[in-house]
Structures are given as structure tokens and as C-alpha cells.
Ligand binder design. Structure first.
Ligand code: VAH
Length: 324
């Protein structure tokens, strides 16, 4: 049977890039992008879905005979702390709807994104292992830790092939940062290319695990392609890309922009970041499905700067549409 993929949250930072990769892999007519509102200029099949309404998901699954669902819709860490109960409701309700539709319609595979935000002070925060104690301190992290256990439940109880990755902070040039604590590391590149000073909401030495978008996308597709019998973790897999601090990324940027200026004005997001890992142990992902990152801070910075220079040169100042 042919593969037909539904992406929920296709307008998001990950969703917008993953959708393009899925179209390349399965063909444009076999990928249904969806979000709360249409994306101007999107090329392909696009449906409006509010994932808090299970009927909307059922309808699209039935219309296109969907066989895989990637659930990329969620409220991220920083924005989630501004509206904790709504964040819990949205993050959990949408996941329950995806899991229930997938169970009822015998969907082949489901992808559920988790995050290093599931870890808190109870874990070893250096080289954090997959089986570390989870005591998340943000609603976003709590919803992801709960989501991991629900994903495992639907596998154990119903045999649903749900797979998950704990993403570090994802860094990409394709869209603007939105509501994440790690998003300073996206914004900093935009400011550098626009030759503007940068005000960082984290302390200079706050090291966090990050990953370049190309690595994050490849990890997702490699996990979903792995033989079912290789998947030994049905909560979620740690993956590592590259860990760095604001001072380190600023130093890397200054190799290309010697006059780049950064000032540090920690806010509530410093509190969030201080409870997150500094680095991640992704041994299990490597063992089970051969995960290996390809981008370090230097190679990521080179591409980020090059791509953003091209975009700003072409006048794509309408950054909302800054999606390749
Ligand atoms: C956030 N970018 O900052 C997300 C991510 C690890 C952080 O989950 O909320």
C-alpha cells in the first residue's frame, strides 16, 4: 500500500521543513500539510486542521487514506509558561486526538516529538542518559514527559507504532524563532546578518544541547525508516547535535562578523534553561537506528549565515514567509 503522510503543525519551525523533506521522499501528492491556518505560497496539498478537534483529523485521514501521521503541533517552553493550563490542554488534547485517530484508523506509523525539556534538576545534566529521572519544570516539558508515556501506552496496549525523538534546541534558517527557550540561538544569526546588536535572554555561559535543522530532519526520517524490531524505546530517544553557550556561538559568529556585539540580559527563560541538560547521551539512538550527527557549531554557523544573507539580500524581510 502506498505511503500517505499527514503533517499536523506544518507551519511550525520543524513542521515546515519536515514537510518539504517528506514531499521529496514520498512525492508531493502523498503529503498532506495541515495547520490552524493556510500558509501563503505553500506548494502541495494543505488542509486546515485544529488538532484539538478530533473530527477534523478523522476527516483528513479518511479523505486522503493517510497511512502515517507526524504530530508537530505544540506550545513550546517559554510561551507555555505564560499560559500553563492552556498549554497543558492544547499539548495533551492534540496528542490524544492523534493517538486515538491513529488507533481507530490503523495508521501504520506515528511520530511524536519530545524534547530535552523533559529533563530537570533530578537528572545528571552533563551527558544526560536516555533513562535519566524526569522531573520537568516547565508545562511544556511536563506535557512532553506525559506524552512519551502515552505514546508507549498506545504501543503496549494497542500495538500502535508510535516513535519519538527528544529534540535538543533546533536551529534552522527557514523560519523565525517562536516561543522557545533555545530560540535565542536562531535569532542571534538573524541579528548578525542584519548587522544589529544582539540582546541575549540567557547568561553567557548557559550551555544547552542544540541541533542543526538538517540533522534534526535526518534523525526523524532515519528513526521512522528503522525496522520496527530495532525500536527498543517506545517513550522517546535522546539525540545529540552540538552543545554550546551564547558566548561560544557569539565567538563563532565573530569569525565572520568581527564587529558583532552581544549583551546578556537574562530573563525568566534563564530559569528554564538552568534546569535543562548541558549535553546529551544519545547512545541508544546510535545503537538502535544508527544515529550520528553531521553538523558542529562551525559548519552550522557557516550555513546559517550564508542562507540568511541570501534571504535578506532577496528582500525576504517578510520573515513569516521565510520558509524554503
Ligand atoms: C524550546 N525549542 O525551547 C524548544 C525545545 C529543547 C527546547 O524543546 O521550547
Amino acid at each position: 500500500m502506498k505511503t500517505v503522510v499527514l503533517v499536523i503543525g506544518a507551519n511550525g519551525q520543524l513542521g515546515s521543513v519536515l514537510t518539504e523533506s517528506l514531499k521529496q521522499k514520498f512525492g508531493e501528492n502523498n503529503v498532506i500539510a495541515s495547520d490552524l491556518k493556510h500558509r501563503e505560497g505553500y506548494k502541495g496539498i494543505f488542509e486546515i486542521i485544529d488538532a484539538t478537534d478530533i473530527n477534523g483529523i478523522h476527516e483528513v485521514v479518511d479523505t486522503y487514506h493517510v497511512t502515517q501521521i507526524y504530530h508537530l503541533a505544540a506550545i513550546l517552553s517559554a510561551r507555555g509558561e505564560e499560559m500553563p493550563l492552556q498549554t497543558w490542554d492544547i499539548n495533551m488534547k492534540t496528542l490524544f486526538n492523534v493517538l486515538e485517530v491513529s488507533r481507530q484508523k490503523n495508521i501504520d506509523k506515528v511520530f511524536f516529538p519530545s524534547s530535552i525539556a523533559v529533563f530537570g534538576e533530578g537528572a545528571i545534566l552533563d551527558h544526560t542518559p536516555n533513562d535519566a529521572y524526569l522531573d520537568p519544570a516547565t508545562v511544556y516539558g511536563i506535557s512532553k514527559a506525559a506524552g512519551e508515556n502515552w505514546a508507549q501506552y498506545y504501543f503496549l496496549r494497542y500495538g500502535l507504532d508510535v516513535r519519538s525523538i527528544r529534540y535538543p534546541g533546533v536551529i534552522g534558517y527557514q523560519s523565525l524563532p517562536g516561543g522557545g527557550t533555545t530560540d535565542y540561538a536562531v535569532d542571534i544569526y538573524h541579528k548578525a546578518v542584519r548587522q544589529e546588536d544582539f540582546s541575549c535572554f540567557l547568561d553567557k555561559n548557559t550551555t544547552l544541547p542544540m541541533i542543526f535543522m538538517d540533522d534534526a530532519i535526518r534523525a526523524t526520517l532515519e528513526l521512522m525508516d528503522a525496522p520496527k524490531e530495532n525500536i527498543t524505546l517506545r517513550t522517546s530517544y535522546n539525540i545529540a547535535g552540538v552543545s554550546f553557550s551564547p558566548a561560544e556561538i557569539a565567538a563563532e559568529i565573530r569569525k565572520l562578523y568581527p564587529d558583532f556585539k552581544i549583551a546578556y540580559h537574562p530573563d525568566f527563560r534563564q530559569e528554564i534553561a538552568s534546569r535543562w541538560p548541558k549535553s546529551i547521551d544519545d547512545t541508544m539512538a546510535t545503537k538502535d537506528w544508527g544515529w550520528k550527527p553531521e553538523f558542529d557549531l562551525e559548519s552550522m554557523t557557516t550555513i546559517m549565515i550564508q542562507k540568511l544573507k541570501e534571504k535578506y539580500k532577496t528582500g525576504s524581510r517578510n520573515l513569516e514567509s521565510l520558509v524554503l
